[in-house]
Design a protein around this ligand. Structure first.
Ligand code: PMP
Length: 308
C-alpha cells in the first residue's frame, strides 16, 4: 500500500487548495449527524464519466435534503473538470480518479455564538481508485452475500438520495466481512427482494434477459443506467422489478455495477455458484465489451494489471 499523497488539489468553499488544507470543523453537521450528500464519478484515462448525469443526481439528493450548496450545477461541473486538470500530473501513479462532490449543512450556532463559517461546506476532490485492492476479484469473480440487515425503506429515508449516512450498509457489510473478508454485501429491500450493495447496483441474467431492482428501492446508479442503455443498444431485454432469493438462486449470471466497478461479474451468491460458475457469463461479457468500447478504456485490464 502506498503512502497518502497530500499534494492533490481539492476545491473547498470557493478555493483550490492542497487537500490537507481542507479543514472542516468537528462541529460540522455532516460529521455530527451525517447531514450531507455527495456524489462520485470516475475518470477513464483522465476523462470524467457521465459527469453531468452525476451532478444532476447530486442536485436531486441535495434538493431532497433541502440543502442549497450555493453553487450551480454548471459551476460544480466546471470545478470538477478543473480538479481533474489540476491533478493530471499525478494521474499516472493513481491509474484513474474517483472524483467526489460533497456538501454538508455546515456548522450550527454554538449557543448564542455565530459559527466562523456560515452555510454549507462544499468540497470537490479526487482520490485514486482502489484498482489493486479489487484486482483479485476481477480475476476470480465477486462473492456476494445477503446480510440480515435490510436496505432502509424508501418511506424512512429514500435510498434514491446519496447521503453522507451509509450506516445501514456499513453495519450490513460488517456482518458479511466477518465471515468472508472478500465478500460483498447485497442488501435485500424491506420486502425481501434484492436491493443494492454498499456502493453498487445488481443485475441478474435469466434466459437471456436482464433483471434489476426498480429505482424506488435503490440509488439510481449512473452505471446502472449506462448498462440499461447498452442493453437497449444490444437488443437485450430488461425487466426492472422484484428479484427474490428464488430468482437469484436460479440466475444464469449475476453482476454488479457502479461507477468504479463498471460491470463486475459475481461468481458466488450466498456461497453457491451462480449459473455454471463461469464469470463473467456470456451476456455479462457482451455488456462489458460494449462498456469498454463506449468509455474507451479497458477497465478489466486496468484492474488486472494491478494484480501483484
Ligand atoms: N448504490 C449505492 C448505495 C451506491 O453508493 C452506489 C455508488 N454511487 C451505487 C448504487 C452505484 O451508483 P453509480 O453507478 O452511480 O456509481
Amino acid at each position: 500500500m502506498t503512502q497518502p499523497n497530500n499534494s492533490r488539489i481539492a476545491w473547498f468553499n470557493g478555493k483550490f487548495l492542497p487537500e490537507n488544507q481542507v479543514l472542516i470543523s468537528f462541529r460540522d453537521r455532516g460529521w455530527r449527524y451525517g447531514d450531507g450528500a455527495f456524489d462520485m464519478t470516475r475518470t477513464f484515462h483522465g476523462r470524467p464519466f457521465r459527469l453531468k448525469e452525476h451532478i444532476d443526481r447530486f442536485y436531486r439528493s441535495l434538493r431532497y435534503l433541502r440543502l442549497d450548496p450555493g453553487v450551480s450545477p454548471q459551476e460544480l461541473i466546471d470545478i470538477s473538470e478543473q480538479i481533474v486538470a489540476r491533478n493530471e500530473h499525478l494521474r499516472a501513479a493513481a491509474g484513474d480518479w474517483w472524483i467526489g462532490q460533497r456538501v454538508s449543512r455546515g456548522v450550527d450556532p454554538i449557543g448564542d455564538e455565530a459559527p466562523e463559517h456560515k452555510g454549507p461546506n462544499v468540497v470537490v476532490e479526487c482520490t485514486p481508485l482502489p484498482l489493486k485492492a479489487r484486482a483479485r476479484q476481477y480475476r476470480d469473480g465477486f462473492s456476494v452475500w445477503t446480510p440480515a440487515q435490510r436496505r432502509i425503506a424508501p418511506d424512512m429515508l429514500s435510498p434514491r438520495a446519496k447521503t453522507h449516512n451509509y450506516l445501514n450498509m456499513i453495519v450490513a457489510e460488517q456482518s458479511v466481512k466477518a465471515h468472508d473478508p472478500d465478500g460483498w454485501a447485497l442488501l435485500l429491500d424491506v420486502n425481501g427482494n434484492l436491493a443494492e450493495g454498499i456502493g453498487c447496483n445488481v443485475f441478474v441474467v435469466r434466459d437471456g434477459k436482464l433483471h434489476t431492482p426498480s429505482e424506488q428501492y435503490v440509488l439510481p446508479g449512473i452505471s446502472r443506467q449506462m448498462t440499461l442503455d447498452l442493453a437497449h443498444k444490444l437488443s437485450i431485454a430488461v425487466i426492472e422489478g422484484n428479484i427474490d432469493l428464488f430468482d437469484a438462486a436460479n440466475a444464469d449470471e449475476m453482476f454488479l455495477t457502479s461507477t468504479s466497478l463498471c460491470i463486475a461479474g459475481v461468481r458466488r451468491f450466498n456461497g453457491a455458484a451462480v449459473g455454471d460458475g463461469r464469470t463473467p457469463g456470456p451476456v455479462t461479457q457482451r455488456l462489458i465489451d460494449a462498456y469498454i468500447a463506449e468509455v474507451g478504456c479497458d477497465f478489466v485490464k486496468q484492474y488486472l494489471d494491478r494484480l501483484s
